[in-house]
Design a protein around this ligand. Structure first.
Ligand code: 6PG
Length: 251
């Protein structure tokens, strides 16, 4: 199936979370008609928190938690109990509130002082779970992404080394503006997903969203432009504030 780049513009943050929760649930139910599991990589930052809270409340009874397997598309280089941890946010907002087996949760061991070792270990975790054929990439059912005001996604920041990675699944990426490493999925891994969904809200994202979807900026300047699933679906779920600079409206 060729990439279908769908753009859906909703009114506000609450609408964004509800649309994302409904879409997530529909994807799970559809996938489980022909599979015994659903694999999802979560995004970090603050945007997804509203989605996670909804899944843990209004959708708690509807989702077959024992058949959903959670990974992270990126993680900060910190222990899981630190406020910056993407795992901690997801655990507090969602995973600790639903009946999911601990064995369904695969967090990045980002407490390892050696970021490269943490990335290599997470890559091995993916290989051990998905058993991809030699030279191929694991295929997630869904990868959720956010986008920063600079156009980054996961921890693929403008001008960073990870943007050039063509063969690894997970790398430690030095992020100069934060003077720290981040552990992140690579572009080729993300682009192998059956579905990639960006959740983008807020006026501070409007300039970058224009550049990524309609502007002429380079992929190095706006790394989210590099996300084009090879066979999967690409969905942009954005609110009106983030879409303010777009000429194109919902498709
Ligand atoms: C992270 C995220 C990152 C995030 C964007 C948007 O680890 O921070 O994975 O890519 O999705 O920075 O963050 P907000 O949702 O907080 O705007």
């Amino acid at each position: 199936m060729a990439e279908t780049n769908n753009l859906r513009i909703v009114d506000d943050a609450a609408s964004l979370f509800h649309a994302a929760a409904e879409d997530f649930t529909n994807r799970v139910e559809f996938t489980l008609k022909s599979s015994d599991r659903f694999t999802v990589a979560l995004s970090g930052g603050s945007t997804p928190k509203g989605l996670f809270s909804l899944l843990a409340s209004s959708y708690r009874e509807r989702l077959p938690w024992n058949k959903i397997f959670f990974f992270w598309g990126d993680e900060r280089h910190v222990p899981p109990d630190r406020s910056e941890s993407n795992y901690r946010m997801a655990n507090e907002a969602l995973l600790s509130k639903v009946p999911i087996p601990a064995s369904n949760i695969f967090r990045v061991r980002a407490e390892d002082p050696d970021a490269n070792r943490a990335a290599a270990q997470y890559e091995q975790t993916l290989r051990d779970f998905f058993h991809p054929a030699a030279g191929s990439f694991p295929q997630f059912d869904l990868i959720l992404l956010g986008m920063g005001p600079d156009g980054h996604c996961a921890s693929l920041f403008p001008g960073s080394a990870a943007l050039q990675e063509k063969s690894r699944l997970v790398v430690a990426n030095w992020v100069d503006k934060f003077k720290t490493f981040r552990i992140t999925f690579t572009v080729p891994l993300i682009n192998q997903a059956k579905a990639v969904e960006f959740l983008v809200g807020g006026a501070d994202k409007s300039a970058a969203l224009y550049e990524v979807l309609e502007g002429g900026g380079s992929t190095d300047q706006f790394p989210s432009k590099m996300i084009h699933p090879v066979k999967g679906q690409l969905m942009w779920l954005v609110d009106k504030a983030a879409a303010a600079s777009l000429a194109r409206k919902s498709a």
